[in-house]
Ligand binder design. Structure first.
Ligand SMILES: [Ca+2]
Ligand SMILES: [Ca+2]
Length: 456
């Protein structure tokens, strides 16, 4: 395709008496190209008239040369010589002579940017197309393939820029994208674009009104970011609360490292007998907390993670109140998975009224949902927490909701105060159960943690 166009341009340079219309006739490959030049000349509304337009028709290059000022003739001839000796040049260079004039052999390009700020758009997305040179009438909305929403008209902003607004369906989430194929547009000299352009923007209209307040994308290899994460090792010596079997290590790459854009928490069968707080455990792992670094009251929290498949592993993504009083300050379990059923995930809240010390109202309030590929693929685990309700979901599907009774009973709703986030991989214990005798290592991988808050 590229060679074909260069060949055509070279032909045009050598035969300057071909009219643009004839060049267009001889040129590849689209019907649009054949008519674009004539269309342009017929468009009286454009403020910048083309030097090769005359009246409503086309002037031959010979007529243009006759009328051109002497310096223009010299410049045109020099450039034609240069271009011919260089074999026509390639795309992307500085346009010489001026874009669109006879002798312009540089194919136009289009770059695309979007109005989206942050990671996810929360409303209509405005795409801006910036052309490398004047495209005249050759660029229309019909040249674009739009997905993920309804597109408005392609609107010229100035000679080079155009905008297009894509409006996603109300309440939906997905990806809005625009793409322009090669061969769809041409510059004023008839050169056709040889490169495609496209842009995709993830959007989530459920986030309308929410602002990204805190995130870790895990982009820096090594130990987790110490400004965002601490380690909870408090109960290594005495033993953890739910009869789990692991020792939680601090700042130890073997148990928590960032690599390839992910946080990897690894549980291992090993005994750190020399650790100062060793409590007799036969497994190691890590429990990362944002405690004393970041906490939130209300928000939308999304954690994209892949869970371990091994029997006896108990991964959790959850929150505890910063007051440190359990269960009075409340607990929100955004994700838990038992050691025996790796195709199911659970969301739960615990309060003074709803905990396993209080048999009268049950161990907690929660629900589970089937997720067959939880341990083989990344999934989005989500908490939507407002003053009215806590909702827990996975992959945009809410499967558990817990309402604020709004009667002032903090034993049932202690969730108007800040909570910090915890990521850990436990072994065995009350939910982990029996550990596979062949266990050596298992891991939970986290692609990102994103916390959104309502705009004030
Ligand atoms: Ca050009
Ligand atoms: Ca990541």
């Amino acid at each position: 395709m590229h060679d074909l166009i260069l060949g055509t341009n070279r032909h045009k340079l050598l035969d300057m008496d071909m009219s643009p219309a004839k060049v267009a006739q001889a040129a590849p490959p689209t019907r649009k190209l054949k008519t674009a030049a004539a269309k342009l000349c017929a468009n009286k509304s454009r403020s910048l008239r083309r030097p090769w337009c005359w009246g409503d028709g086309l002037r031959s290059p010979a007529a243009q040369r006759a009328q051109a000022r002497p310096w223009q003739r010299v410049a045109t001839a020099l450039t034609a010589l240069l271009l011919a000796s260089c074999g026509g040049g390639g795309g992307g260079g500085v346009e010489s002579p001026a874009a669109g004039l006879p002798g312009d052999t540089v194919a136009p390009t289009v770059t695309i940017s979007s109005s989206a700020t942050g990671l996810t758009a929360d409303g209509p997305v405005t795409f801006t197309f910036t052309a490398s040179e004047d495209l005249g009438a050759s660029f229309t909305g019909d040249d674009l393939v739009v997905a993920g929403g309804t597109a408005g008209p392609l609107t010229p902003v100035d000679g080079l820029r155009y905008t297009l607004v894509v409006t996603p369906a109300a309440g939906a989430n997905g990806t809005a994208s625009v793409s322009l194929a090669a061969g769809r547009i041409s510059d004023l000299a008839g050169n056709v674009n040889t490169t495609a352009a496209s842009m995709a923007v993830p959007f989530d209209l459920r986030l309308t009104g929410w602002t990204l307040a805190w995130a870790d994308e895990f982009n820096v290899d090594g130990l987790p970011d110490a400004t965002k994460w601490d380690y909870d090792t408090d109960r290594n010596r005495l033993g953890w609360f739910n009869n789990e079997l692991q020792y939680y290590a601090r700042s130890r790459l073997d148990n928590a490292r960032v690599e390839g854009g992910r946080l990897i928490i690894t549980a291992r069968k090993e005994s750190l007998t020399t650790a100062a707080d060793y409590g007799g455990q036969r497994y190691t792992s890590a429990r990362l907390v944002t405690r004393d670094r970041a906490s939130w009251t209300y928000g939308f929290i999304e954690v994209r993670a892949k869970l371990p498949c091994g029997q006896g592993t108990w991964p959790a993504i959850w929150m505890l109140g910063t007051g440190g009083r359990w269960p009075d300050d409340g607990e929100i379990d955004i994700l838990e998975q038992t050691g025996q059923n790796k195709s199911q995930v659970m969301g739960t809240v615990h309060t003074r009224a709803y905990n396993y010390f209080n048999g009268s109202v049950g161990v907690g309030r929660g629900a589970s949902t089937a997720l067959p590929d939880a341990c083989t693929a990344f999934q989005n685990y989500q908490l939507t927490w407002t003053a009215d309700r806590i909702q827990i979901g996975v992959n945009d599907r809410i499967y558990f909701a817990f309402d604020n009774p709004k009667n002032g009973d903090t034993t049932r709703w202690p969730f108007d105060n800040p909570q910090y986030l915890i990521l850990n991989l436990a072994i065995g214990g009350d939910l982990g159960g029996a550990v596979d005798p062949a266990f050596t290592t298992q891991q939970m991988e986290v692609d990102y943690v994103r916390v959104y808050r309502r705009q004030p």
